[in-house]
Design a binder for this molecule. Sequence first.
Ligand code: FES
Length: 291
Amino acid sequence: MSGRGYVVGLHASAEKLGGLERLDAPATAVAKAVQQVVGQGGLKDLLSGTRLGHPLHPLLTDIPIGTLASASVLDLLAKERGEHAADVLVALGLLSAVPTAAAGAADWSDSYGPDQRVGAVHAVANVIGLGLYGWSLRARRRGDRRTATALGLAGMTSMAVGGYLGGYLSHSRGVGVNNAFYQHAPEDWTAVLDEAELQEGASARAVTGDATVLLYRSNGHIHAIGSRCSHAGGPLDEGDVDPASCTVTCPWHQSVFRLRDGGVVHGPASVPQATYETRTHGGQIEIRLRR
Ligand code: FES
């Protein structure tokens, strides 16, 4: 098979995994258990990267992958000179895998269907890889370098499978990316709704070009933010608006956004919504992207 043929084969295998409905029952049960442990609010925000403005899991994955892969390189190339460094790297990799896995599990627990199935296999491959590195660490403590090296390489192979599936989820299926990024918002004043259609304390959905907008009138002021949720594309215009805090809660995974500036109050979202300046002109509500 040519190089391109292998790549196409990997992609097709990942697509097939996404169609394995028999994974749904165990995956959904585990996802529910994760949701119960993580809950909504502080821990969820921490694991989602809400305060960072960037999903946490992909930031953390570099640490265990980097340290464990480096340990295996030292095992193979540096031999006795690199033994101590390799052992420290394996221990560090295993320690750093704990918060990495917790952040990944929190993200994964919000997924459905093919994303949830592929995410489950991604997690299992990584857990097997980490287990093999844990076993490798025991062999290192016994001084059995040959076994330690072999177990490390087996662990890296399993983690490579997990890593490929993680990349497939992000780059082929758009999991964890800003789902509102490709909505093209108007940069010049654009009429989007009849003024009479938006009463005080009410919200409305408007469409302009390929962007959808949530409008909300409060104390005479009209707020406007992108209505496609940055987390996974949920419809914010179907969410609950809290007049007291002037926020909207996404109906899909309960991220909370400020209507004033699109900021994230609670995750799992980590990226703010686009916000618009508003004005009324000739009986129409007009908006333009706030810079
Ligand atoms: S789509 Fe997940 S919180 Fe909005």
